[in-house]
Design a protein around this ligand. Structure first.
Ligand SMILES: Cc1cc2nc3c(=O)[nH]c(=O)nc-3n(C[C@H](O)[C@H](O)[C@H](O)COP(=O)(O)OP(=O)(O)OC[C@H]3O[C@@H](n4cnc5c(N)ncnc54)[C@H](O)[C@@H]3O)c2cc1C
Ligand SMILES: NC(=O)c1ccc[n+]([C@@H]2O[C@H](COP(=O)([O-])OP(=O)(O)OC[C@H]3O[C@@H](n4cnc5c(N)ncnc54)[C@H](OP(=O)(O)O)[C@@H]3O)[C@@H](O)[C@H]2O)c1
Length: 287
């Protein structure tokens, strides 16, 4: 992916205590121990509820595409940390996140105001179940997401390893409104034009976006669209089949429960690192 801004740190990490150099009057706090302090390189606002941002990547930080990490801001003695799926692939020089803006949210009420040059804190260890290692091999990989649940798939779909393991990837993204689908649409457009991975993924990625509140040509919850067959007929593909297909699911608790029940009814089995199987799930948020 194109690097849009310089990625050098402003000051050495141990002495880093201000959000921005020009905000010298702002109250400063020490950086907690065992936490990376990274510089924001770019921010992109999609709607009044959604934005993405990129930060510098510490050289020592290793993760697997699809994992999440805890992030925070240096704005308190004991900063609030929240789980965030890493949206960039494991090979990227920077780390990307795709975020909600919760008006009174302890983290995102502040996080939504970051600009390039600000500092974001990131814990040192990533984890998560939405990794291809938790799945047995298959032909098609279905990534089913709602809202910010698309974030881990933005990582996996840009990772060549995903395409070594699967012949075709179908990414579904369902949101309330059309504007909330933009991140996924741009992701797939950029993927096919990407000099590193574009050729590898050509003809092997399908995006299926739907809305549930705003009227658009393609509407409905993904659960209903799978159950009534519209998903398959819209894409002209065979129905989900546990022998050939693998499924990854990321969304709200209710969405996870419903999609999980649906695929289990079709014969899919939940996998984990220690016991890979035919589907995996992860919450996009708590509550
Ligand atoms: C494994 C995991 C991965 C996550 N990955 C991401 C991610 O990539 N991007 C992201 O924006 N959030 C993600 N979250 C949610 C994130 O941890 C925070 O909840 C979110 O950033 C809001 O933080 P907050 O402190 O402002 O509000 P919180 O107090 O954490 O949340 C307040 C309320 O806002 C709602 N809410 C929180 N997060 C979301 C969301 N993502 N979408 C819709 N409603 C939400 C819920 O109703 C919640 O009760 C993830 C959560 C988990 C468990
Ligand atoms: N202040 C605001 O303007 C505003 C706007 C939107 C949301 N919110 C709040 O933000 C929170 C999260 O909203 P969100 O839109 O990001 O996430 P969400 O409520 O999880 O909805 C995201 C998408 O998932 C769909 N969905 C929900 N439950 C599902 C299920 N069981 N199976 C399949 N699909 C399902 C939704 O369809 P449906 O539309 O059919 O539910 C929607 O299209 C909500 O709790 C809400 O209170 C606030």
């Amino acid at each position: 992916m194109a690097v849009q801004c310089p990625s050098e740190r402003l000051v050495p990490m141990q002495h880093l205590s201000a959000l921005r150099v020009e905000d010298a009057e702002r109250v400063t706090y020490p950086i907690p121990a065992n936490v990376h302090a990274e510089t924001v390189t770019s921010v992109r606002h999609y709607t009044d509820r959604l934005f993405s941002f990129r930060i510098t990547r510490p050289q020592s930080f290793r993760f697997r595409s699809g994992e999440f990490v805890m992030i925070g801001l240096p704005n308190a003695e004991k900063p609030v940390f929240r789980a965030y799926s890493i949206a960039s692939p494991a090979w990227d020089d920077e780390i990307e996140f795709f975020s909600i803006k919760v008006p009174d949210g302890p983290l995102t009420s502040h996080l939504q105001k970051i600009v390039a040059g600000d500092t974001v804190l990131m814990r040192q260890k990533s984890t998560g179940t939405l990794v291809t290692d938790a799945l047995t091999s298959g032909k098609r990989l279905f990534m089913i997401s709602t809202g910010t649940g698309i974030a881990p798939f933005a990582s996996l779909i840009r990772d060549p390893e995903t395409f070594e393991k699967f012949e075709h990837v179908v990414l579904t993204h369902t949101c309330r409104d059309h504007a909330e689908l933009a991140y996924g649409v741009e992701l797939v457009e950029q993927l096919t034009n990407d000099p590193l991975i574009g050729e590898l993924v050509a003809g092997r990625v399908t995006l299926y976006s739907t809305t549930t509140r705003e009227i658009t040509p393609r509407m409905g919850r993904i659960t209903r669209l799978i159950e009534n067959g519209r998903f398959y007929s819209d894409l002209g593909i065979d129905a989900l089949d546990p022998w050939n297909d693998r499924v990854m699911i990321c969304g709200s608790m209710h969405m996870l429960q419903d999609v999980k029940a649906l695929v289990e009814k079709l014969g899919f089995e939940e996998g984990s690192h220690s016991r890979p199987a035919s589907f995996v799930v992860e919450r996009a948020f708590v509550g």
